[in-house]
Design a protein around this ligand. Sequence first.
Ligand code: AMP
Length: 215
Amino acid sequence: MRLVLLGPPGAGKGTQARMLQDKLQAPQVASGDLLRAAVRNQTVLGLQAKAFMDSGALVPDELVLGMIEERLNQPDADSGFILDGFPRTVAQAEVLGQILAGRNERLDKVVAITVPDEEIVKRISGRRTCRSCGAMYHMSYEPPRKTGVCNDCGGELYQRDDDAENTVRSRLQVYASATKPLLDYYGNAGILAQIDGIGRPEEIERRIRSAAGID
Ligand code: AMP
């Protein structure tokens, strides 16, 4: 299945994409994770992308599109993928459509996860991410067993620079102006489903599976 998870930062796209990977036998392709890896590895792409990411702005298309195409061309994405954080603009969605058309493929479903802004700010400012495996925790709602240490891999937990409250508010504005138009774009294409993103992760996963027809 070729699935896109849409939604503001902190809607739970990453958590859900990771939960769905096994069931769908398709990898999570998270543009934010790929960009953070590039920053960590100090690649040319990472060095160019970092300032945009730190300020909560979108990284320019000429940096993001090649990176995504390269990732989708890897063999594990041959028969499906779960896109998380991409596309983020109508222009990106159009390029994605062209990439897939060139492979005789198309998206099966776009599921938009809806969460109110104030809930997002609460979620993200308490969020901690594992430097090694990307697992996420919340200091109040889902703390790790040992403070500052990932339950899964023992990696160090940190707060992303762009998870600070004022940057989260800028990211929400960017979402509203640049990404929300995708709801109409995919709505018009007849492949959009919207689900309520408030609830336990297992409950949200059930809603996504039912919206996308995954059994
Ligand atoms: P995320 O982890 O999806 O919240 O992304 C973190 C940051 O990476 C965003 O605030 C953007 O600066 C950048 N980013 C991730 N995906 C994209 C994309 N599809 N287009 C442009 N910038 C992106």
